[in-house]
Design a protein. Structure first.
Length: 628
């Protein structure tokens, strides 16, 4: 309780009246200025500067009267409002003096006098009254009726909104912390940092470090935002009368998108992150900040989505993914309900069925949203998923129809290369579907001049017989880059364009190189002029398609190949490319090259088993075909 002392206000105003009365009397006399200043200093109880006294004795009686009125009114008004003796009360009150002087029409000397006297007169007159404060506290206590909370009284019903009165009662019983502990928040911050570190480390350890690729980082961040928004939306709509409604959230959405667009390792790390977020968002317990039931369901559904969507090599696999995610989430939901069943109580069948049903619906919702959002992320970030690859593998695609109708020989060649490349890629853990689809389109550039490629001549005259080897090599060397231009025109994704551009690397066009040397024995024939411009294969898939392309062309020139001849041919082609440095810019290992060679031979034997004979020694020169 604060009390204002009006006696201080009256005293200050009396002092001001006395000062101005003396100043007016001295102004009417003929005394020297020094004597008048000395007289004023004797009656003024404040420390004022000589400048103020000099200005005061120079003022006329009329000006002094006007200054008196303004000074008394200003000080009186401020003091009546109260000047606290604590904090910045005095400073704030004195600041009002200048505000009052702004509205006055006094001269400079008079303003100096009024300001100095007013500032000196404004002193604290409001003080804390401890006795009165305690008296009023006792009165307030006596007016409060006691609140009795008996044992067994229900403060707040489960699922009901907590009212201010219910909160007050809980606080009185010590059920609400007066000052929340900072340790749970510190723990949550540490948990968030740990999860982000796991995701960051996983991104950094991918084959192509994603943390150096801004597009991939942005895409992963956007996927995480979409997943959090989806979880939060269901959390806002969660209906209390229906327990476990949060299980209907698309739990596997984020992880499935990461698996389809980035990698399974990144998706698994994201699964842990999203499971923790769900445990935070759907927590209904006041004991712990996390609800393990939702974390379990999200984690199970996400892991199922990661491994099922990675196997989506056919369109009907979407159903497999939906059932896998829904089944895993439903099983986890049932386990969560059973783990939280009360000891000795009957099994809550209603809750169990609701939980399983919501989780099953959430699994299908995740699958539908994943398939629906994939095209957006693919187009926005230039990523090639298995779903997009399946669409590009459709034989009715305009480019594949063009390849079939205009260059049927090249079309058949591409189909065989696709089978070989897919098997070899899957054998070493590469993307078999990408290798297959890349093989479909790798020779699309041959449709520009189909008659200049032997598989499309069907026994007709070879136009290269009438051309110089230099002109022939220009036509042959151009087909990868003609293909890239066509693929760009049809907006085919970059990974497939890269395979078309890189499958020959910088290999030597041996047939025309040797032909040029034969036609010009004494002249200089540069090997560099007969090499493809490149670039060399940058990925395993591009290197595999290049190997299979050369192998298929060479095998076609063999009438009755034996398994031994096939093995010898494949290994020779792989060794030639290895010695030529064609694998220097991709991450194929010698072990993987051995697996690729063995897989291609096994696949070829399966293709040609119906017409393979086993003579003791069949030799044939495949150098011309292999040079393609």
């Amino acid at each position: 309780m604060f009390r204002r002392d009006d006696r201080i206000t009256s005293n200050q105003l009396e002092v001001l009246e006395r000062i101005f009365a003396e100043a007016k009397a001295l102004a009417s006399s003929n005394r020297p200025a020094a004597e008048r200043i000395a007289r004023l200093k004797a009656i003024v109880p404040y420390e004022l500067s000589d400048e103020v006294y000099t200005a005061m004795v120079r003022l006329s009686p009329q000006t002094l009267e006007a200054a008196r009125a303004i000074t008394v009114n200003t000080v009186g008004q401020i003091m009546l409002e109260g000047v606290p003796d604590q904090g910045t009360g005095v400073k704030a009150a004195r600041a009002k003096v200048d505000e009052q002087l702004v509205r006055s029409d006094l001269g400079r000397s008079a303003r100096t006098v009024v300001r100095a006297l007013a500032l000196a007169s404004v002193v604290p007159n409001v003080f804390y009254d401890e006795a009165e404060t305690e008296k009023r506290r006792e009165l307030a206590r006596s007016l409060v009726k006691p609140v009795t909370i008996e044992q067994g009284t229900v403060l707040v019903e489960k699922g009901a909104v907590v009212t201010p009165e219910g909160y007050r009662k809980a606080k009185l019983l010590g059920l609400v912390e007066a000052s929340p502990s900072p340790w749970p928040m510190l723990g949550l911050a540490g948990l968030a940092a740990m999860l982000v570190a796991i995701l960051w480390t996983t991104l950094a350890s991918t084959a192509k470090p994603a943390r150096r690729d801004n597009r991939t980082l942005l895409m992963v961040t956007l996927i995480a935002v979409v997943q959090v928004v989806a979880l939060k939306a269901i959390a806002l709509w969660e209906s209390r009368p229906y327990p476990y409604f949060g299980f209907v959230a698309p739990a596997a959405l984020g992880a499935s998108l990461m698996a389809a667009l980035v990698s399974n390792r990144v998706a698994l790390a994201g699964s842990v992150l999203f499971a923790t977020l769900a445990a935070l968002l759907y927590n209904e317990s006041f004991e712990l900040p996390l609800d393990f039931r939702y974390a379990l369901v999200v984690l199970a559904g996400s892991v199922a989505g990661v491994y099922s969507i990675g196997r989506m090599t056919q369109r009907h696999n979407i159903l497999y993914t939906g059932f896998a995610v829904s089944g895993a989430a439903s099983a986890a939901a049932a386990i969560a309900v059973l783990l939280t069943a009360r000891h000795g109580a009957a099994l809550p069948w209603t809750e169990l069925l609701l939980a399983v049903g919501f989780a099953f619906a959430g699994g299908w919702l995740s699958t539908v949203l994943t398939v629906g959002l994939l095209p957006f992320f693919e187009n926005a970030f230039g990523v090639l998923s298995s779903v997009r690859l399946l669409a590009l593998s459709n034989p009715n695609h305009p480019l594949l129809r063009k390849l079939l109708t205009e260059t049927p020989g090249t079309y058949h060649h591409s189909m065989v290369v696709a089978n070989l490349a897919e098997a070899a890629a899957e054998a070493i853990g590469a993307n078999g579907l990408l290798a297959r689809v890349g093989a479909y389109y790798h020779d699309i550039g041959k449709t520009k001049r189909p008659q200049y490629f032997i598989e499309n001549q069907y026994g007709a005259e070879n136009p290269h017989d009438r051309l110089s080897p230099y002109l022939s090599k220009r036509i042959i060397l151009a087909h990868p880059y003609d293909g890239v231009a066509m693929l760009k025109a049809y907006k085919i994704p970059k990974p497939i364009r890269d395979i078309a551009e890189q499958h020959h690397g910088t290999t030597l066009l041996k047939y025309f190189y040797h032909k040029a040397k034969q036609q010009n024995p004494g002249g200089e024939v540069r090997e560099e002029d007969f090499r493809y411009p490149g670039p060399k294969a940058q990925t395993k898939e591009a290197a595999i398609v290049g190997i299979c392309d050369c192998v298929e062309a060479a095998v076609r020139s063999m009438k009755r190949p034996t398994p031994g001849q096939l093995d010898q041919l494949v290994r020779r082609i792989v060794k030639d490319r290895l010695d030529d440095g064609q694998f220097h810019e991709c991450d194929l290992t010698l072990k993987e090259l051995e697996i690729i060679s063995r897989t291609i031979v096994e696949t070829l034997i399966g293709m040609f088993h119906s017409r393979i004979e086993y003579p003791t020694d069949v030799r044939r020169d495949e150098s011309t075909a292999a040079a393609r």
